[in-house]
Ligand binder design. Structure first.
Ligand SMILES: CC(C)(COP(=O)(O)OP(=O)(O)OC[C@H]1O[C@@H](n2cnc3c(N)ncnc32)[C@H](O)[C@@H]1OP(=O)(O)O)[C@@H](O)C(=O)NCCC(=O)NCCS
Length: 207
């Protein structure tokens, strides 16, 4: 399916208020922002970095959605409302993912290289959720409204709160599975923090 057709189709499938393709095309800021991003990303990849940034800022003004031209966004992504949404340079958003207004796919300011989140296929990032750092949101995972996510979220779980914790696994409140996943997330989180500290102290001792 072509990019436009798939983008409009995804909106109609996910938003019961979308009545026609023309309405989607004319009134959904997410569709405009994603279309603009295709050109910004093209310019970015072909070395026209300043032009790419100017183009993406121009569309930020019209849509209130800020997508860095370097971000990789597959077709079939749905941005609903979108106002205040920020997507960082090294973020990856796969097909079928849904992002609402106020979401940040941002950096911590401490990571280098890949420093923004990866959102896998079909994941839902609810309104005003803040996903920070090079974390991965697994396939079909759900992030609750206003959650702050600082560590990986496995596939098909729901996380809510600050910092975001698992509350459902495959849609069920399975306490044992939730406990096991949370332990794994915590140990992975602290291992990555230790690696980061080691890297920083090595770097400062080399100066
Ligand atoms: C998280 C969400 C996606 C629901 O996922 P779900 O897997 O169906 O989870 P449930 O609704 O069964 O909720 C699971 C638990 O998390 C709690 N919860 C749900 N959303 C929450 C949130 N944003 N913050 C804190 N707790 C939340 C529920 O009360 C429930 O608690 P319990 O275990 O004590 O019963 C949804 O509640 C949400 O946040 N939706 C917002 C969507 C959005 O942004 N809409 C904007 C439209 S304009």
């Amino acid at each position: 399916m072509g990019w436009w057709r798939e983008t409009i189709q995804v909106v109609k499938e996910n938003d019961p208020t979308a009545r026609s393709s023309l309405e989607v095309l004319l009134t959904y800021p997410g569709v405009k922002a994603l279309a603009a991003h295709r050109l910004s990303h093209f310019l970015w990849r072909h070395g026209f970095k300043l032009l790419a940034r100017m183009h993406s800022q121009f569309w930020r003004f019209w849509t209130q959605i800020e997508i860095h031209p370097g971000a990789q966004i597959e077709k079939g992504v749905f941005i609903d409302h979108g106002s205040g949404l920020v997507i960082g340079e090294t973020a990856v958003v796969e097909s079928g993912a849904m992002l609402y207004h106020g979401v940040t796919l941002g950096g911590t300011g401490k990571d280098v290289g890949k420093r923004h989140p990866t959102v896998r296929r079909g994941a839902l990032i609810s309104a005003h959720a803040q996903v920070i750092g090079p974390v991965e949101i697994g396939e079909n995972a759900k992030v609750g409204a206003a959650a702050v996510v600082v560590s990986d979220v496995p596939s098909d779980v729901t996380v809510v709160g600050i910092p975001a914790k698992v509350v459902r696994v495959h849609g069920k409140k399975d306490k044992d599975a939730i406990h096991q996943i949370e332990e794994e997330r915590e140990s992975k989180y602290y291992t990555s923090k230790l690696d980061q500290l080691r890297h920083e102290s090595l770097h400062s001792s080399n100066l």
